[in-house]
Ligand binder design. Sequence first.
Ligand code: NDP
Ligand code: 1BO
Length: 318
Amino acid sequence: MKTLAFGNGDQMPILGLGTWKSKPGEVYAAVREAIHVGYRHIDCAAAYGNEAEIGRAISDALRDGEVTRRDLWVTSKLWNSAHGRADVEPALRRSLTDLGLDFLDLYLIHWPVALKPGVGLPNSAEDVLPPSEAPIELTWAAMEGAVRGGFARHIGLSNFSTKKMGDLLAHCTIQPEVNQVELHPFLQQPALVSYCAARGIHLTAYSPLGSSDRPASFKAPGEPSLMENATIQAIARARGCTPAQVLLAWHVHRGVAVIPKSVHPARIRENFAAADIALTARDLDEIAALDRHYRFLTGGLWVMPGSPWTLQSLWDEP
Ligand code: NDP
Ligand code: 1BO
C-alpha cells in the first residue's frame, strides 16, 4: 500500500477505512474485516459515537497478533463543542480511552466551527459560537500541546479553506500536517490541492463515493451520483473494475489519502483493492472534466437564522 510521508518519517497509508455512520453493532466487524484484509489506516471521530467499539476491534486485532500498534495509523477528530483551550486535552483523552490507545497518529480539528460545550449538532443559532468567542488559534495551541504531551503524533485540520489555513499558519508553532476535506471528481478543489502541496500539507479525501448513506436531512433533492456517472462507469468497464474502485484509484493516483466507509466485507475488500488499479492519462483527463464544484456535505448544518456562519464564510467562496 502506498503511503504519504511525514517530516518525522512516519507514513500514513493512502487508503483507510471511514467510520462515520458505521453503527455500533456493525463497526466492530467492519474494522476487524478491514484489518484482516490489510487496511492499516482507520479514520475515526468522537462525533461518530462509535470509538469504543472501534477500540475493541483494534484491541482484539492487536491481542490476536494480526497487527502491531506500529503498523496502524489511527486518526480521530476534536468535535466542535470542545474548541475551548481547556477542553481539547480532555476530549482527546476521551477518544484515546474509547479507542484503547496511548496515542493517536493524527488528531484533527473536525470543523472550523465552534459550538457551545455539550452540543452535538446545533438546534438553533444559540448553540453556535461566533469565531471571536472561540478563536481557532487558541484551539490550535491546545492541539500543539497534545503533540508535546505525546497524545498525538501529528495534528491537522478538517474542512478548512485555503484562507482559514493561511490565517492559522500565521499563528502556528507546529504546522498542520493534514487537511481532511470533501474531494471527488465532482469537487476536485484544484486551488486547495495546489495550496497544500506547496506547503507540504497532506490532503485526505472524505465522502469519496458520494456518502449515499448520510442522513436525508443532509441531502439535496436530485443530487448527482458519482457511482452512476456515465464517465466513471465507462472507465470502470474499460479497466475491469467497479465504479467505486475508479473513484478511489483516482485519489491514490493524485497522492491524496482516501477513506471510504463500508460495513460490508465484500465492499471493504473491493475498496482496498482499488489502491492497485492503474488509470490511464485519458481516464484522468476524462475525470478532470467532471468537476462541477459540487458538495455533498454543504456545511448547511452550521447555517441557520442568527448563526455567525454563512456558507460563504464557512468555505470562503463566493
Ligand atoms: P463514502 O463516500 O465513503 O460513502 C459511504 C457509502 O458508500 C455507504 O453507504 C457505503 O455503504 C457505500 N459503499 C462503500 N463502498 C462501496 C462500494 N464498493 N460499492 C458501493 N457502495 C459502497 O461516505 P462517507 O461520508 O462515509 O465518507 C467516508 C469517510 O470520510 C467517513 O466515514 C468518515 O470517516 C470521513 N468523513 C469525514 C468528514 C469530515 O468532516 N472530516 C465528513 C464526512 C466523512 P455500506 O457501508 O453499506 O457498504
Ligand atoms: C457533521 C458530519 C461530520 C462527518 O465527519
